[in-house]
Write a protein that binds this ligand. Sequence first.
Ligand SMILES: N[C@@H](CCC(=O)N[C@@H](CS)C(=O)NCC(=O)O)C(=O)O
Length: 224
Amino acid sequence: MSRRLYDLAGADPDCRFSPYCNRIRRALHAKRLDFETVPVAFTDKEALAFSGQKLVPVLVDGERVIADSWAIVSYLEETYPKPSLMGGKAGRALTLTFRHWVETAIHPLILRAVLMDIHNALAPVDQAYFRETREARFGSTLEALHQGAAALPQLARALEPARATLRELPWLCGDRPGFADFILAGAFDWARAVSGLPLLESDDPVNDWYDRLNDRQTEEAGAA
Ligand SMILES: N[C@@H](CCC(=O)N[C@@H](CS)C(=O)NCC(=O)O)C(=O)O
């Protein structure tokens, strides 16, 4: 297989929890592009040395090596335009805005809900790395940052812009799912990969959208 995605993994190599990698897996599936994934642990920086940087996702497509989820999806849109996941220049700019909204308003709340679950899903050497880097980044212990279910009311309020759209449209991108849908779904998959905590109420339109998106992408993968 000439297309490989380097994807963050926990102690169990099948535990793939990175929201940035997830959105790219969904984009590759939507574009019907075959790929294999390479599990990479937090401290496995040697595995990424060829890419000249230390973060996942990294996509290798033939001779091309691309790091960063936004750079990767931009490359995919240019190289494999059908189906478009962003709908042209204006759609791309709006998707960028949406990405920043999810990463600044939603990711921190999900992180607080499942922080210790992420830690607990890692191998001991990665747990030590995760603790050291995140405690330095946030200026607090993991245990003090972790809120579990107490983070959920604020998350539900923060999701109102997406919920309001989903009361009017089937998908965040309109009549079919696109990269904005994958960005938000990747945030929920982040929690689901490491924790049994249900992030959404069952009657929340966002929950219905998430289930429909997963069903649709599973069906598409089965039909491929
Ligand atoms: N802006 C980057 C963010 C990538 C990122 O933060 N990746 C995390 C995994 S979720 C990572 O590789 N972390 C490794 C580390 O913290 O050493 C993107 O969109 O791809």
